[in-house]
Design a protein around this ligand. Structure first.
Ligand code: SF4
Ligand code: FES
Length: 249
């Protein structure tokens, strides 16, 4: 396949940035989107120019780093896949492909296609954990019976990889699908009960401090989420938040 790429290039946070056009040739339809970008970078490096900076780590849909806005969609035109799992067969020979970084005030562009995602880390640090006795007398997890429907819900929420496609695709740059998944996954489990109230209050508080917008129930986040995280979890988080607020007054 031969393609025309329009890639966002931005030297640093302060730079205004803009789209730069690059032709790429000889791309296999079986290549992943990131492999296609590797080919582009080889071509750019061979010309003695600065390669395009983009994030990636696992390249198998686990780490959530490969955050690209492709032809106006977070993670591109396929469904329930990350950018690293997106294949070039989703595009046509001769197509023009626009590649941009996530756009959100709370996730500013650092360079080219890489954004600063430490706001998500600070939200996690505010409550996305459980306290466990690690003295050597740790209780065996299997000694805590968990009803199958509860375990299934917790697992569904825990599949969130923190990629922030939900933020990028939301017209309000809301992070509620991400925060809801992280709050919900512990709320179903006995291990998550000790910090249950503080968790939801602190994580939502941190989300607001970071400058993410509010949810207006559009549902675009659920459509673009590579892990199919359900809007139901936002309803669960809101319920948790109301309960915790009432209890703390
Ligand atoms: S909820 Fe989905 S889109 Fe949002 S961070 Fe988690 S995996 Fe990514
Ligand atoms: S590189 Fe890890 S999810 Fe894409």
């Amino acid at each position: 396949m031969d393609l025309t790429l329009k890639v966002w290039r931005q030297k640093n946070k302060e730079d205004k940035g803009g789209l730069v056009t690059y032709p790429v040739t000889g791309i296999s339809e079986h290549a992943s989107f990131l492999e296609m970008l590797d080919v582009l970078n080889e071509q750019i490096i061979n010309k003695g120019e600065e390669p395009v900076a983009f994030d990636h780590d696992c390249r198998e849909g686990i780490c959530g780093m490969c955050s690209l806005y492709i032809n106006g969609e977070a993670h591109g035109p396929d469904r329930k896949v990350t950018t690293c799992q997106l294949h070039m067969r989703m595009f046509k020979d001769g197509e023009t492909v626009h590649i941009e970084p996530w756009r959100a005030k709370a996730m500013p562009v650092i360079k080219d296609l890489i954004v600063d995602r430490t706001s998500f880390e600070r939200i996690q640090q505010a409550g996305g954990f459980i306290s466990v006795n690690t003295s050597g007398n740790t209780q065996d997890a299997n000694s805590l019976p968990i009803a199958k429907p509860m375990a299934d819900k917790a697992m569904d929420a825990a599949t969130c990889i923190g990629c922030a496609a939900c933020v990028a695709t939301c017209k309000n740059s809301s992070a509620m699908l991400f925060v809801a998944a992280k709050v919900a996954q512990y709320s179903y489990l006995p291990q998550g009960q000790v910090e249950r109230k503080e968790r939801v209050l602190n994580m939502v508080d941190q989300m607001d401090k970071e400058g993410f917008g509010n949810c207006t129930n559009t549902g675009a986040c659920e459509v673009e989420c590579p892990k199919g995280i359900s809007l139901e979890f936002i309803a669960r988080m809101n319920k948790e938040y109301l309960g915790a607020s009432a209890a703390s007054e």
